[in-house]
Design a protein around this ligand. Sequence first.
Ligand code: PEP
Ligand code: MN
Length: 381
Amino acid sequence: MPAEPRNLHPLPFSHWGLGLQRPLLIAGPCSAESEAQVMAAAHRLAAQGKSRVFRAGLWKPRTRPGHFEGAGTAALPWLQRVKAETGLLTMTEVATAEHVQAALDAGIDMLWIGARTTPNPFSVQEIADALRGVDIPVLVKNPINPDLQLWIGALERLEHAGLKRLAAIHRGFSWFERTPYRNSPMWEFPIRLKAAFPELEIVCDPSHIAGDRNKLGAVAQQALDLGLSGLMLEVHPDPANACSDAEQQVTPEAYGELIDSLIFRQAHPTAPMRDQLEELRDLIDQLDEEIAQKLGTRMDIAERIGDHKRLHQVAILQPERWERIMHRQLRLAGHLGLSEAFVKEFMDAIHRESIRRQTAAQGDAKETEGSQALRVNGAGG
Ligand code: PEP
Ligand code: MN
């Protein structure tokens, strides 16, 4: 994968002139539903004292029509009230020039571009043009599809329009494979973005990654461990009855507990060059650990499959299964810019170890002989 050109120069939170710093904590409802709901969320969040920015979606990008599409401009005065009564900064999603104008006229403090807007260069350009000459912070969510260039391109369009207070939001990706999450985190994307632009602040949105309030903590902690710059979490006074994203929202009090349960990494020392190198090395260490853990889990499962095969007297040899695995991995490799030779070699090594473990689990006395035969013929795993 070629290095990304270094053509973004975003300012860190500490230079945004809003008294913000890492970790930036953004919280608020998925959608502004009513004045009472917005004010309850804001006051209860302010009482927790664990967020600086209040988020609320006014124009909701719903996948299919016929669902709640947000309160629109009617909700702008509610956000003004939030700011006046709690002192929290306000933030909303914009997808068109009209949204931008309405948000600016109402004095909203910060904007974000949603995951369905980022992949559309026409929409992003329309927003950038509407913001030309305006000095407002904008956070760009990753595109819904895993494409780093689209994410960078959206940030570039905004920078070309003169915006300097730019940051990214990692909210996971739609993926063709089933994952335990609503949107696959694919951590390598924020890591690659950070590696290309070390000064770019990247906030994680565990709510849209997890899609389930019970999984927020694990995702949020992972983001912090990877050194991301903050969190955006959906908080609703009555999550079960939310008009959108009910399963992933938490009450302000549960949000407070969640934040308290997280381990925040130490702020980095200041020497910039060393700092960046250390940060990148930390990321590599994290990834290596993750890879080792995943390999361990994979081998355990392979062993269980071995037990299962023995129990049901199924042959270990499953060449079509291995072919399917390899085919899928090679397709994935192409998508991620990994060389075919590398992925083949890597998968073969995993396969060999899988077979060794399965054979051992079978208690096969002819372990070596068997595994050599399997190596040639292929087995599932
Ligand atoms: C949201 O933040 O409520 C939202 C619509 O998010 P996304 O664009 O990430 O789906
Ligand atoms: Mn949402």
